[in-house]
Design a protein around this ligand. Structure first.
Ligand code: SAM
Length: 244
């Protein structure tokens, strides 16, 4: 049952995750816990200052180390009170390792982490040097803060918690879970705007349907993400039939 402690200036971002959709099930059932910590609550000046101008000049502001460090200390102490070991500290950053399903699966099975959400031009490097264990990127673009990246990780982790998805197999059939992209899906009606549902899906022949789905997954992945096929081949995860 992972617990995530999120260091953020904007904790309200995380509320809808607890009240809407699939994620809500993970929180309601206690399969996953999320607690936010606002560095502003760990300041000692009247203005509750959490940022300052960058040394060397230039635009924007930089998040101060001290309030973040105090918030981190409080989060780790709270975990200890709950009987948990200190958690690894992850920072969301464009300079991080791109988030992928392997990371998500690892964090889903872990006791959790402290997630640090940067804002403004980023965080004083000394906080990063002293406390951050890994940096994670959501992709090659710049967000205004780490919150949306943290929400992406939390959402992806929540749906892997036992009992969260309606159908137990659902996550195993998703893209990336076995290294391939997912196959196309169809629902009623069988004919829509002149387009038919592939005949095999109406056949009731489960072996044929499974083969058709696997073939579509291989075909789509080969076309869109040949790198994933190459990785599976290198790991010996493609059967002789897959290679046909
Ligand atoms: N000056 C930084 C740069 O150019 O790399 C961008 C800072 S950004 C406006 C503020 C914060 O948003 C970052 O500190 C980081 O926490 C978060 N962020 C922005 N883009 C991100 C991405 N692609 N992945 C993860 N976090 C991101």
């Amino acid at each position: 049952m992972p617990r995530f402690d999120v260091l953020t200036l904007f904790g309200a971002y995380f509320e809808p995750l607890k009240t809407e959709g699939i994620c809500r099930r993970a929180y309601d059932s206690g399969a996953m816990r999320v607690q936010t910590w606002n560095p502003r609550d760990f300041t000692s000046d009247a203005h509750q200052t959490v940022d300052d101008r960058p040394y060397g000049g230039g635009p924007g502001m930089v998040m101060l180390s001290e309030p973040l460090e105090q918030a981190l200390r409080a989060a780790q102490a709270s975990r200890q009170t709950a009987g948990l070991d200190p958690a690894p500290v992850l920072l969301f950053s464009p300079a991080g390792t791109p988030l992928d399903q392997r990371h998500v699966a690892r964090w889903a099975q872990s006791p959790g982490a402290v997630l640090v959400c940067g804002r403004y031009e980023g965080i004083d490097q000394r906080f990063i040097d002293r406390h951050v264990d890994a940096e994670i990127s959501l992709g090659d673009y710049v967000l205004s803060g780490g919150e949306i990246a943290a929400m992406a990780l939390l959402d992806a982790v929540a749906r892997l918690q036992p009992g969260v998805l309606g159908c137990a197999d659902s996550a195993q059939q998703d893209s990336f879970s076995d290294g391939l992209l997912d196959c196309p899906h169809y629902t009623r009606p069988p004919s829509y705007a002149g387009l038919q549902v592939p005949e095999v899906l109406l056949s009731g022949d489960h072996a044929r349907i499974a083969r058709w789905r696997r073939d579509r997954m291989l075909e789509l992945t080969q076309r869109r993400r040949p790198d994933l096929i190459a990785a599976m081949r290198n790991q010996g995860r493609l059967s002789a039939r897959d290679e046909d």
